[in-house]
Write a protein that binds this ligand. Structure first.
Ligand code: UDP
Length: 397
């Protein structure tokens, strides 16, 4: 039960959750997103939904199943909301609205509150007679959305009772809807984050043929252009002369991200020219865990980032992170305190910081210890559960 989190979150935090949940017993909450696996949203729902049930709510999770055209439309919306000049084609838009209409008609909506995650199921709201409060939970970096896509989606967003985003930086002035800031969080008891012994780490890395003879530099991310995987290779190339290290890039494919295989092919081609690079596309949460523990430095060089759970995951394991100062990342990495921040695309700066970490074990330990504390205080799933319970109470009056 929820008490198993006391060791990590403290008794007071758990007592607060139990007290907030008292008035919400039996409340039927439905979460809707568009994949059960791959990416941070699915991972978080896998922990959050059972936890809501554990504290007495009646929480469900359902997925908007789609066809390839739907996902090419929604990936374009995703990219456009993150600032790329792109817009779905006519037939993709048709698929987007058709699938949402179908879903609105046939999905089992019989709840006291509906939480819609991201743009994929966003228009569902307009194809139903709405009787309960609806929340749009947007996990995307909304700091500079491309206008055309934003203008098309905004009328749908305006139908919602509340919007939730990850960072103050994503609050939109032209969106009068009440907006809550609720950063994501990691589950310290999940396979990605639970404690592993050094022997378990070794064994996992051996299973994937990753030797531990040299310091590891690791990025764990879907192969997505916003995560700048080619930039990661470039940083590695620039520091390689000065440090004998290995680079591991782990990225599985998400069901709702059609661009993954193409980006991966480009990364593989570029990586072939570099020594000691390991590219892995397998889905294995214990491998994520082991790599984040074994790394001398984790990098996260995103050019846009809604939050970047992988950053908190690494910090939680006491591993310092070199990351770009975009989206939700600066909430997690305090420059010089829990890791290092660099500007996106500044590969020299990133290489310099990684080298600094590779050369200085004390610095790694110091940043790592502070990083873990920072995550404990701010980014554990118990804090996320508490925020949702408060928000639901506020919405339901
Ligand atoms: N992840 C994983 N396997 C992989 C790559 C990523 O399990 O090969 C997990 C990662 O550990 C994190 C989530 O997927 O929990 C990605 O979340 P994040 O917020 O970093 O990025 P998103 O993919 O949601 O943009």
């Amino acid at each position: 039960m929820i008490e198993r989190y006391i060791t990590h979150a403290g008794a007071e935090a758990i007592a607060e959750i139990v007290s907030l949940a008292r008035g919400l017993q039996g409340l039927r909450v439905l979460h809707v997103n568009s994949t059960y696996h791959g990416g941070g949203v699915a991972g978080m729902l896998r922990s959050l939904v059972p936890l809501m049930n554990e504290v007495g709510l009646d929480a469900d999770w359902t997925v908007l199943f789609g066809e390839p055209k739907l996902f090419s439309a929604t990936k374009k919306f995703h990219n456009a909301l993150q600032g790329e000049e792109v817009f779905p084609a006519e037939d993709e838009l048709d698929a987007y609205f058709r699938v949402n209409e179908f879903f609105a008609r046939y999905a089992p909506f019989d709840h006291d509150l509906v939480v819609i995650h991201d743009p994929q199921p966003l228009p569902t709201i307009s194809f139903r007679e709405k009787r309960e409060p609806w929340v749009w939970r947007c996990h995307i970096d909304l700091s500079a959305p491309e206008e055309r896509a934003w203008d098309l989606l905004r009328p749908y967003i305006l139908r919602y009772d509340a919007v939730v985003v990850s960072s103050e930086a994503f609050r939109k002035e032209d969106l009068p809807t009440e907006t809550f800031i609720v950063p994501p969080a990691i589950d310290p008891l999940s396979d990605i984050n639970r404690e592993l012994s050094p022997a378990e780490v070794e064994e996992k890395l051996a299973q994937y043929g990753v030797p531990t003879d040299k310091p590891l530099i690791v990025q764990v991310s879907r192969f997505d252009k916003w995560k700048d995987p080619l930039g990661v290779l470039e940083v590695y190339r620039r520091l390689r002369d000065e440090a004998d290290a290995r680079l591991v890039m782990l990225g599985n494919m998400a069901g709702d991200d059609p661009e993954g295989p193409e980006i991966f092919a480009r990364v593989r081609e570029r990586a072939a020219a570099l020594p000691d690079v390991h590219l892995i596309t397998e889905t294995d949460e214990l491998l994520v865990n082991a790599l984040q523990r074994a790394a001398a430095a984790v990098v996260q060089l995103s050019t846009r980032e809604g939050f970047g759970l992988t950053v908190s995951e690494a910090l939680w394991k006491g591993t310092p992170v070199v990351a770009t100062a975009v989206g939700g990342i600066p909430l997690q990495v305090r420059d010089g305190e829990t890791g290092f921040l660099v500007a996106p695309g500044d590969y020299d700066a990133a290489a310099g910081r990684v080298l600094e970490l590779l050369r200085d074990e004390d610095l790694r330990r110091e940043l790592g210890t502070r990083g873990r504390e920072h995550v404990r205080e701010n980014f554990l799933i118990t804090r996320l559960l508490r925020d949702w319970l408060s928000l639901i109470r506020e919405l339901l009056g």
